[in-house]
Design a binder for this molecule. Structure first.
Ligand SMILES: [Zn+2]
Length: 446
């Protein structure tokens, strides 16, 4: 398989004796070895490593699995310190204001550093080498939020992961939220005020432009609004332009609820974003739970990627899995772990199982998901959602060496089953033995 094998004998790292689940277009599973050089996959070949090949670092997979790093296309790392709050069922607004905003609005800069550092360790251990982080601590544009964003980006950069940060901004509140906001302010411990969630259009746009200027190759900065109904037309147009000018993307929660899908002033949310040409650039919509078939066709035609967040949806009380109907309409779907305050374990294997179970119990569309489909959602499909399919998502020569080495020696792996089914339905979190992000070891179980 390796075109380079004839000329290349030296690698930075060789992983030998591996069952390589490539997730390439043919979905090849290869018993062999992987060579890594300069952060990229330089060789993938079957059989033992040939004589004469040398490497700085040798890793024996011991017959275990090597698969592509996972891609989480919708997550919020800032609420990591609220992950103890999922023990009881809450109504949506009780969670949004009583848990989520109550946590992030109270974060000091040291708290932000702790939250990001915990999130980084969780992502590394979970084999999630790429994440789209819808980030926010409130007060967008304030000195507090700017310092917190810089702190998060520094932690993200040091993590070695590809960590896309998308600061969420807003310039208005849904009018239906009025009474809820008043009661949230009355019961807040951290000084909640609705004004901490939105700012003047020009101010939050300037913040988004400043944030975009902080982009690096490993930590790109996208633009984001929390919900389209929390943004004016001017803000949505402006954020899409900032993202496109910077070669980055735009993301928002979209159609996560029936009122959210219905939009504002009689214009449905998807139609509004289409009118504003927001998704002519790269766009990812989180959830897309409540769309009609014409909307799904428009999203597919517009190349909008979808983030399916099964565990957080279920923990939040949701009872409709939109995955099947989105896929049937041709929308590219990836998986997102969403809020740490709802989905506390940062575990993509657990998420794939949740996706399968949710699809079978509450699924839509004409067909049900397989375990192999779930693995694709968590790897190559997630890469497509982010527009990164040429760099990540599969084990192919020339792509980033984002790799997860899985120990399959535990008795729960018996009897033998195909590798994709084993990863999704057999593996346990501790089976992840090593994780490479662009060729560097970011986790080693020891
Ligand atoms: Zn979310």
């Amino acid at each position: 398989m390796s075109e380079e094998l004839g000329i290349r004998r030296g690698f930075d790292t060789v992983i030998a004796d591996a069952t390589i689940v490539t997730m390439n277009p043919a979905r090849d599973v290869v018993s062999g070895w992987v060579g890594i050089s300069d952060g990229l996959i330089a060789a993938v070949d079957s059989g033992p490593v040939p004589d004469g090949v040398h490497a700085e670092q040798w890793v024996s997979a011991g017959g275990g699995i090597v698969h592509p790093g996972y891609v989480s296309v919708h997550q919020h790392t800032a609420d990591t310190l609220a992950r103890g709050e999922a023990g009881e069922a809450r109504e949506f607004f009780d969670w949004l204001f009583g848990v989520y905003y109550e946590s992030v609005l109270g974060l000091s800069n040291d708290d932000v550093r702790t939250a990001a550092t915990l999130a980084a360790g969780d992502l590394q251990r979970a084999g999630i080498t790429t994440v789209l982080d819808c980030w926010g601590v409130g007060d967008a544009g304030s000195p507090r939020s700017r310092a917190a964003l810089e702190t998060t980006i520094a932690v993200a950069e040091a993590s070695g992961l590809r960590w896309i940060v998308a600061p969420m901004v807003s310039d208005s509140m849904p009018s239906a939220w009025g009474p809820v906001l008043d009661s949230a302010a009355a019961s807040s411990r951290v000084g909640f005020a609705a004004e901490r969630l939105y700012g003047a259009t020009a101010d939050v746009l300037e913040f988004a432009e400043w944030a975009s200027s902080l982009s690096t190759s490993r930590v790109p900065v996208w633009t984001s609004v929390e919900l389209p109904e929390m943004a004016s037309d001017e803000l949505l147009r402006g954020l899409a332009a900032v993202a496109t000018d910077a070669g980055q993307g735009f993301t928002t929660h979209l159609c996560a609820s029936v009122p959210g899908a219905a939009g504002i002033d009689g214009e449905r949310a998807v139609a509004r974003l289409e009118r504003l040409a927001v998704y002519e650039g790269r766009m990812v919509g989180a959830h897309l739970t409540f769309t009609d078939s014409a909307e799904r066709d428009a999203l597919a035609a517009g190349g909008v990627g979808a983030a399916h967040c099964a565990a957080s949806t279920m923990f939040g009380g949701g009872s409709h899995s939109a995955l099947g109907e989105l896929r049937a309409s041709g929308v590219t779907v990836g998986l997102g772990l969403d809020n740490a305050s709802l989905n506390t374990t940062t575990d993509m294997v657990g998420e794939m199982r949740h996706v399968l179970a949710f699809d079978r119990s509450a699924g839509s569309g004409p067909s049900r998901l397989t375990a192999a489909d779930a693995l694709a959602l968590a790897t190559i499909d997630g890469a497509r959602v982010l527009g990164l399919e040429d760099s990540i998502g599969s084990i192919e020569v020339g792509k980033d060496a984002d790799l997860v080495l899985v120990d399959t020696s535990g008795p729960w792996w018996r009897p033998d089953v195909d590798a994709a089914t084993g990863i999704v339905l057999r593996s346990r979190a501790d089976d992840i033995r090593m994780v490479f992000a662009r060729g560097a070891v970011v986790h080693s179980r020891g």
